[in-house]
Design a protein around this ligand. Structure first.
Ligand SMILES: NC(=O)c1ccc[n+]([C@@H]2O[C@H](COP(=O)([O-])OP(=O)(O)OC[C@H]3O[C@@H](n4cnc5c(N)ncnc54)[C@H](O)[C@@H]3O)[C@@H](O)[C@H]2O)c1
Length: 123
């Protein structure tokens, strides 16, 4: 388990990418604060000192229910074709990047934005 002893705070946690991140972080042993306007309360976010790092993941087009509903299958196929890996991302793939950033392997990564998009921003 890569996140034992860690605390993960996830906003937008009720659905889609956020829900996948909560699941992945919990599976890896983190204590997870899951926040969402859809039913969850708010909690204080402590930032900056004593091993707390703050980084961001910038997802490319990811196959969540919201995104799939917003386009016809043909439009989705065209979007996928324009991405170098020729497919949309999966929520779990975005969640893996978050698990990495929250793990000890990324202890010196702070204030970074990690693009997870199959090369979508290269084109
Ligand atoms: N799916 C993609 O292709 C994609 C790509 C790039 C960026 N994003 C961004 O990632 C985020 C999640 O995308 P998704 O497809 O999983 O969306 P989603 O609609 O499936 O889930 C979004 C969740 O966020 C919650 N939410 C909305 N406003 C909130 C607020 N102010 N505070 C707390 N929670 C709030 C909603 O209730 C919902 O549960 C969005 O910000 C989206 O713009 C998504």
């Amino acid at each position: 388990m890569r996140l034992e002893g860690k605390v993960a705070i996830v906003t937008g946690a009720a659905k889609g990418i956020g829900a996948a991140i909560v699941e992945a972080c919990a599976r890896e042993g983190a204590r997870v604060a899951a926040l969402d306007v859809d039913g969850a309360g708010t909690e204080a976010l402590g930032v900056g000192a004593n091993g707390i790092t703050v980084s961001a993941v910038a997802p490319g087009t990811t196959a969540t229910e919201r995104v799939l509903k917003a386009r016809t299958p043909e439009e989705t196929r065209r979007v996928a074709e324009a991405i170098p890996v020729r497919r949309l991302g999966e929520p779990g793939e975005i969640a893996e990047a978050v698990v990495f950033l929250a793990s000890d392997s990324a202890a010196f990564i702070n204030g970074a934005t990690l693009d997870v998009n199959g090369g979508q921003v290269m084109v």
